[in-house]
Design a protein around this ligand. Structure first.
Ligand SMILES: [Zn+2]
Length: 281
């Protein structure tokens, strides 16, 4: 530990500045989305079984609802541009733009060079939760996804139903890829329903029992054609353990809804980012 300088307290007392004030961000027309959702009809549904993942497609302009159905359960979500898997959800930039946890009105942003909203959160029955006394909140973009490599590093052994592996198997089956081909496409997730934060004293990543209950849901509006994969995490409600079969796990329901013709008048699917990619040369 180094010795603090004489003006240490004065340096600490400097007020923070928000890195990315959201005034510059194009704002979604939530009223239009809500109106379009009223007359939407259900197109399909799929279940992510406990300790497994399921894939689903949502066309631009459609809605996707992820619901807790049988018991408190966390889901690890990956999203890709359905036409180009190289464009995928960018957890780090979403965090930088919207904060550690996302809710109503926040966008889920895609990777460089596209960097555009892939989806907009249009409903969240857990938006009441806010930030608790521990600094915890719901739907985080600060975790990665549970994976067998970290598990092997910390505890040894071979566990095959971490979200990372579940997402790989699901994507491989959907896209007709080998597991080795699918693995590089799996990326840091949106932790749907997961309650997490960083401890104030040590800055460590923590989880606690998810406040989600059957009937709760998170709904997104697809801004571009999406391929999604959702893993019902082996951690269950993530109150105790993950990366094992110890926790009680439940399925998650994924439903896709299409608005009626003309209900999205004025909305256009966002184009790829406008930077010219010349990088100064
Ligand atoms: Zn997991």
């Amino acid at each position: 530990m180094t010795h603090p300088p004489a003006d240490a307290e004065a340096r600490r007392a400097i007020a923070p500045v928000i890195c990315y004030p959201d005034v510059g961000l194009p704002q979604p027309d939530l009223a239009l989305y809500a109106q379009a959702r009223v007359g939407a009809r259900k197109l399909s549904e799929v279940i992510a079984p406990p300790r497994e993942a399921a894939t689903f497609e949502v066309a631009a302009g459609q809605f996707c609802r992820i619901s807790s159905v049988e018991g408190a359960q966390v889901g690890d979500l990956n999203l890709w541009n359905a036409r180009d898997l190289n464009e995928r959800f960018y957890s780090g930039k979403t965090r930088a733009l919207h904060g550690t946890h996302v809710s109503l009105g926040d966008r889920l942003w895609s990777s460089f060079p596209s960097l555009r909203p892939m989806a907009t959160i249009t409903e969240d029955t857990l938006s009441w939760y806010g930030i608790d006394a521990f600094g915890g909140s719901v739907h985080d973009v600060i975790g990665t996804r549970c994976d067998p490599y970290t598990h092997n590093l910390l505890a040894g052994g071979q566990y095959h139903h971490c979200c990372h592996s579940n997402l790989i198997r699901a994507l491989a089956d959907h896209a007709g890829m080998t597991l080795a081909e699918a693995e590089p496409h799996v990326h840091d997730v949106l932790n749907v329903f997961m309650c997490t934060g960083f401890t104030r004293d040590t800055g460590q990543y923590f989880m606690k029992a998810s406040p989600v209950r059957p009937g709760d849901y998170l709904e997104i509006f697809a801004e571009i054609d999406l391929l999604g994969a959702l893993s019902a995490c082996p951690g269950g409600d993530c109150s105790q353990a993950h990366s094992s079969d110890a926790a009680v796990c439940h399925p998650l329901l994924i439903e896709v809804f299409a608005p009626q013709e003309g209900a999205l008048a004025g909305w256009v699917s966002p184009p790829a980012n406008g930077y010219d990619r010349s990088h100064g040369r």
